[in-house]
Design a protein around this ligand. Structure first.
Ligand SMILES: [Zn+2]
Ligand SMILES: [Zn+2]
Length: 296
């Protein structure tokens, strides 16, 4: 009996294919290199349900090189390159296993960060690289000792995005006020995207006034995410994007199971319901917005 088979599926089994979208969209933020299966398989599965484009995001020098190479190899893959906010303190403190054991290992320092940033800038200059990010501030994983390095790295990424004329992809975890402050102080690039937007409606209004794009992940489908849905409801439609951040943040009802770009339709449908528009209108806006935000 099919219901029984369903129930005995292991918790880490990939969720089934959702009903395809009629209007194709892009997954504005994904990590194909952390998902199971080959890139070809992941892209084909996504395309089969109307997710025809993805932005592949690098989190360190190696991952950013991979993102750039993958974008060069596949027409519908675009790259974003950066040192993740949690990566910068690790580089400065010379400890790949955690910045908190400061001084435990030789190496690192500001020079190591500058060297890594130079590599990121060289990648950012490439044609297939459409954005610099994910960068920003993460006060959830990085403690006070890592904050200075994190903010220095964030400022440097903003400068790179502006020099190279690329979009900026922001990672903001429990650091809303400081992220907005640094953007104000540095002057944000023309196109700035808050990936996995996690602020409330007030912050969404502030972002909208500055012209920042808000990219919504599977979190917007979570039961306890009412403030996020309120933010989506007040954001200008032309500034709204959708993403998976896969393999993380799997949308309901598959929370906890592995995420991948093919699950985007679940989030698009939830977003359309929040906005009170039909799925096709939502998808049409998302597709146009993502292309405009990333300039492809
Ligand atoms: Zn992130
Ligand atoms: Zn990410």
């Amino acid at each position: 009996m099919s219901t029984r088979v369903e129930k005995t599926q292991p918790k880490d089994a990939p969720p089934p294919l959702p009903e395809p979208l009629r209007v194709a969209v892009a997954d504005s933020h994904t990590h194909l290199d952390m998902q199971s299966g080959t890139v070809e398989e992941g892209l084909a599965k996504a395309a089969s349900v109307g997710v025809t484009t993805v932005v592949q995001v690098g989190c360190d020098v190696k991952g950013s090189r991979w993102a750039a190479e993958t974008a060069a190899a596949y027409e519908n893959v675009h790259a974003a390159v950066a040192l993740h906010p949690n990566e910068a303190p690790r580089i400065v403190h010379g400890d790949p296993d955690g910045w908190s054991r400061q001084g435990a290992r030789a190496g690192g320092g500001e020079a190591a960060l500058d060297e890594a940033l130079a590599e990121i800038e060289a990648l950012a200059a490439l044609d297939h690289v459409k954005a610099v990010g994910e960068t920003g501030l993460d006060y959830f994983r990085t403690g006070p000792e890592g904050m200075a390095a994190q903010e220095r790295s964030f400022r440097a990424h903003i400068e790179i995005a502006k020099r190279q004329g690329k979009a900026l992809v922001i990672h903001d975890r429990e650091a809303h006020a400081d992220v907005l402050r640094v953007l104000r102080e540095e002057g944000a690039p023309e196109r700035t995207v808050f990936h996995c937007y996690s602020g409330d409606a007030d912050m969404a209004r502030e972002c909208a006034a500055a012209g920042y794009y808000l990219s919504f992940a599977g979190t917007v489908t979570f039961k306890n995410a009412a403030p996020l849905r309120e933010a989506l409801a007040v954001a200008p439609l032309e500034l709204v994007l959708v993403e998976t951040d896969a393999p993380y943040l799997t949308p309901a009802p598959y929370r906890g199971r592995p995420n991948a770009p093919y699950l985007i339709p679940l989030t698009v449908r939830a977003m359309a319901a929040v906005r009170g528009i039909d799925e096709d209108a939502m998808a049409t806006a998302l597709a146009a917005n993502t292309a405009r935000a990333f300039g492809y």
